[in-house]
Design a protein around this ligand. Structure first.
Ligand SMILES: *Cc1c(COP(=O)(O)O)cnc(C)c1O
Length: 218
């Protein structure tokens, strides 16, 4: 199966109102170009340097999503062009993104990443921290940041009941947050192995890598 075939299989399977982020981390430019030629315009990367190198050479109508853990001191490299930052997990990072957005005369869209998995290696806010950030954005908003939704990763397990529970929990937080903050309309959950369950649970943005580009060799 080619990259174009993989993309069309997935697009035929998911509802039209669910956005597909093609997760291209570690993959060479030719693979991204093949997906682009098949019509894909949203790409997800988890390293700022790698994303910036790809942004420099690929067509400028691509929307670049940062899906990884973001170091504050690297925000400046993606601030001129990044379309959506999925991994916002601390107040200090929001301050830095806002600062770099101001320098670039932009408003940068962000998702708040919530920790829903059992693995401690996965990162994200707990419910209290999430509420604090939303409260802050309601009362004293960062002017150059738009919080457009929530993101989460389920536990890596074959137990689909566990995955369903974690997605349902994130969906409940999403419902509460979107009732508070008007700008919230995006729920980013679901990857190659679990996007079906994620969409059933209410996801409207899935991040799919290996099912489009094949397994990654690190
Ligand atoms: C790598 C990655 C994905 C894609 O994973 P696949 O299993 O290859 O689809 C999705 N989300 C995040 C945050 C990732 O780091």
């Amino acid at each position: 199966m080619s990259i174009a075939d993989n993309l069309s299989t997935i697009l035929n399977e998911i509802p039209k109102d669910v956005s597909l982020v093609a997760v291209s981390k570690t993959k060479p430019i030719e693979d991204l170009q093949a997906a682009y030629d098949a019509g894909q315009r949203i790409f997800g990367e988890n390293k700022i340097q790698e994303m910036t190198t790809k942004w420099e050479v690929l067509p400028k109508d691509i929307q670049w999503h940062m899906i990884g853990n973001v170091q504050s001191n690297k925000v400046k490299y993606m601030a001129p062009y990044v379309a959506l930052i999925h991994g916002v997990d601390r107040a200090k990072l929001i301050t830095e993104i806002n600062k770099q957005a101001i320098k670039n005369d932009r408003i940068i869209d962000c998702l708040l990443q919530v920790h829903i998995a059992q693995e401690s290696t996965k990162f994200g806010l707990n419910e209290t921290e999430l509420n604090e950030i939303i409260e802050r954005q309601l009362t004293n908003p960062f002017p150059n940041i738009r919080i457009v939704g929530l993101m989460g990763m389920a536990t890596f397990t074959t137990d689909s009941n566990q995955i369903k529970q974690e997605f349902a929990f994130l969906k409940s937080l999403y419902n509460k947050s979107s009732a508070q903050l008007n700008s919230i309309n995006t729920l980013s959950m679901g990857m190659s192995g679990d996007y079906g369950l994620a969409i059933e649970a209410g996801s409207n943005m899935i991040r799919v890598g290996s099912k489009i580009f094949g397994e990654r060799n690190y």
